[in-house]
Design a protein. Structure first.
Length: 696
């Protein structure tokens, strides 16, 4: 007898066997007969309860009208509801349609829903994968591979044989130009939007922040990969399960940078296993490990495969291939030279040692190493299939991602104590140096009847703004470049680029503002001014605002440089050129002839330091402080026998420099330009990071 639930009958008998056009992935667990209204989700008050953290508490609803037509409605789930591989918000269902929710697939049969759960025991096949190279020679050349459920396959070959290209094609990250990849009989490229949550990918580079403890890193990863409604206890329970399975639970409180190479690799695997993938890809996980750790890692992969996963690993390590079910050997140019059991590889090449095979493949690239062709169905260019979105659905809303990313970044900065100490000390140290080195009393007018013929107020502001510009740029110039491996992987599982960049701007911007406030407070302690604010009523605070915004603008520009540079070393190398450019473009406050040159004058409008100087100069009323400097500079020289021109220059009023006028309009214009430059650099950084999107 079927078990009864509100609005639904549950049966355990197998389905009938009609000829079906679509094949569900997973094993049959029951058949549900829908009534008028059926709710599906993770919470126990649903009619169909799916115990899967990728499923929302209330995920979807199924409605049956009087005519028997079924309509599926997504009720705001994070991971989406899919019909025949396409994400839908509402869809009418016909016989043989496949409805996918998390790791569960429902097939519509005569108005009923057959439930299949993907436990990892699915076949995997690639047919005729070809990827063209930049100069006509292919990176992959008609590669085919067939794996049974719960298999461990090693992809080996010399450098330049396309191993990493193949892995990315098999995982759907960069689909092959021609060929098919089938997951449980389904076209992975066509249905990638649905099936992407069944795939885990561990790149060669570490994808975890070395400053965080292992548990903290996995907790933040879980917050980004699971829907926001998954509770902290549920995430912690899943992290505990995965770390126990991988044998690293006892190292949870150890910073990732202090773990052994093997433990770091297992932590990267743990991150991917959080979402219970059925397919796991690893690119050179043994790189940098000693033979003992490599053997431990390969045995672990064998255990994971036996536990219900299909695993494909790219490796140069040949001693433990006997642990694999299958080996794929690629020759240079991505030519499949052998695919089969490990024991058959030596026979195929007539060598006792596969290391010698690598030498043969590399030394005789002109030889046709292709394994005798096997028959497979014709394949088609991937462009013929409906293109799925390269950007996955977000597991959390934008604000939730922003909070998680900001909290994680703060934790990363705080965990690196040496760097945190440098960040905390650089503003007061720089401020003390300026306090000692710069002349005192320059930002306030002299007491009457004293007249200051030569003022260095412009120099004080120039040095102050350059200090803030340097701190802002130095804070940010390495931050994105050094996180690119993490960013690439998280982008492929739903990270919002705008939330990521905004989190950097918020954290680093707050740091830069605090540094600027400290810098101004310390450096101007002997300046006696500024004495009169333009707009805010507090002259020193107004100066702090100008210096802080100049530092933030410089920081956002450095983030853009970091995103474009690609590596932390390259970004750091660009930093001196960036600072010298800011120095030259803002030097007009001390050397007006620079600001008057045609090209430099126009380019200086793009300089945050120049606009910071302009806002600060407006606050301190620099035109009035340097009024005699301007008059004498215009005179240049005087005949000692005729001093009257000098007297006239000192006593004749001259117009105040427009850029430095002590009025709200001038100050707000400079502040507005600093805000505009910051926003422009932030948007440009977000756009620049799109080149790291999956498939690019």
């Amino acid at each position: 007898m079927p078990a009864q639930a509100d609005g639904i009958d549950v049966t355990d008998h197998p389905p009938s066997e009609p000829a079906l056009a679509r094949t569900p992935v997973g094993g049959l667990t029951g058949t549900f007969i829908s009534r008028q209204h059926t709710r599906i989700g993770r919470e126990v008050d649903n009619d169909v309860v799916i115990e899967d953290l990728l499923v929302s508490r209330h995920h979807a609803e199924l409605h049956r009208n009087p005519a028997g037509q079924l309509t599926l409605v997504d009720v705001g789930s994070r991971n989406g509801t899919f019909v025949n591989g396409r994400r839908v918000t509402e869809a009418s269902l016909d016989d043989n349609d496949l409805v996918a929710i998390g790791h569960t697939t429902f097939r519509v049969v005569a108005g009923m829903l057959e439930q299949y759960v993907d436990t990892g025991e699915v076949s995997f096949e690639a047919v005729g994968l070809t990827v063209p190279g930049p100069h006509g020679r292919p990176l992959l050349d008609d590669v085919s591979l067939s794996l049974d459920a719960c298999s461990l396959c090693a992809v080996v070959g010399p450098s330049g044989s396309g191993k990493s290209t193949l892995l990315a094609a098999l995982a759907g990250l960069r689909p092959a130009a021609t060929g098919e990849v089938r997951y449980g009989g389904r076209d992975l490229y066509r249905d990638y939007e649905e099936l992407r949550n069944r795939i885990g990918f561990v790149p060669q580079d570490d994808i975890l922040h070395r400053e965080l403890t292992m548990l903290a890193a996995l907790e933040y990863a879980g917050r980004l990969r699971f829907p926001s409604e998954v509770t902290a206890s549920e995430r912690a329970s899943r992290v505990a399960e995965v770390t126990a399975e991988l044998g690293i639970a006892h190292r949870g409180d150890v910073p990732i940078g202090d773990l052994s190479g093997g433990e770091r690799k297992r932590t990267s695997v743990a991150l991917e296993l959080l979402t219970t993938p059925s397919l796991l890809f690893l690119d050179e996980p043994a790189s940098g490990l000693d033979p003992g750790l490599t053997r431990v890692l390969m045995r672990l992969l064998r255990q994971l495969a036996d536990g219900g996963r299909t695993i494909i690993v790219v490796t140069h390590e040949l001693e433990n291939l006997h642990l694999c079910d299958r080996v794929l050997v690629l020759a240079p140019g991505g030519v499949p030279a052998y695919s089969g059991p490990p024991a058959g590889a030596a026979v195929r090449f007539g060598r006792d040692d596969l290391t010698d095979v690598f030498g043969d493949l590399s030394s005789r690239p002109e030889e046709d190493w292709r394994e005798p062709a096997t028959q497979h169905p014709p394949v088609h260019p991937t462009a013929d299939r409906p293109a799925s979105s390269s950007t996955p659905p977000r597991q959390q809303g934008w604000w939730s991602q922003l909070r998680t990313l900001s909290a994680r970044y703060l934790a990363v900065l705080a965990a690196d104590r040496r760097n945190a100490a440098v960040l905390a000390l650089q503003a007061p140290v720089l401020g003390v140096l300026m306090l000692v080195a710069l002349p005192a009393g320059e930002l306030a007018p002299p007491d009457p009847p004293e007249v200051r013929l030569v003022s260095t107020a412009g120099l004080v502001l120039f040095v102050l703004l350059l200090g803030a510009t340097w701190m802002g740029a130095n804070n940010a110039v390495r931050e994105i470049a050094r996180e690119l491996p993490v960013l690439r992987r998280e982008r492929s599982v739903g990270l919002s680029l705008s939330a990521y960049v905004t989190s950097k701007v918020l954290v680093l911007g707050t740091l830069t503002v605090v540094q600027a406030v400290v810098l101004v407070a310390v450096a101007t302690a002997r300046q006696g001014g500024p004495t009169e604010a333009v707009l805010l009523g507090w002259s020193t605070g107004e100066l702090m605002v100008a210096v802080a915004l100049a530092g933030v603008a410089s920081m956002t520009l450095a983030l853009l440089v970091s995103a474009l540079a690609g590596t932390a070393e390259r970004a750091t190398g660009i930093l001196p050129m960036l600072l010298i450019l800011q120095l030259v473009l803002s030097a007009g406050v001390v050397l007006p002839e620079i600001a008057d040159r045609p090209v430099l004058r126009e380019v200086s409008y793009l300089s945050s330091a120049q606009w910071g100087v302009a806002a600060a100069a407006s606050t301190v009323d620099l035109g009035e402080l340097q009024v005699f400097d301007e008059r004498l500079r215009d005179l240049r020289s005087v005949d000692a026998s005729d001093p009257l021109p000098a007297v006239d220059a000192l006593t004749t009023a001259s117009p105040t420099e427009g850029r430095f006028a002590h009025d709200p309009s001038t100050w707000l214009t400079a502040i507005g330009m600093l805000v505009l430059l910051s926003l422009t650099a932030t948007v440009a950084t977000t756009l620049a990071l799109r080149r790291y999107d999956p498939g690019r």
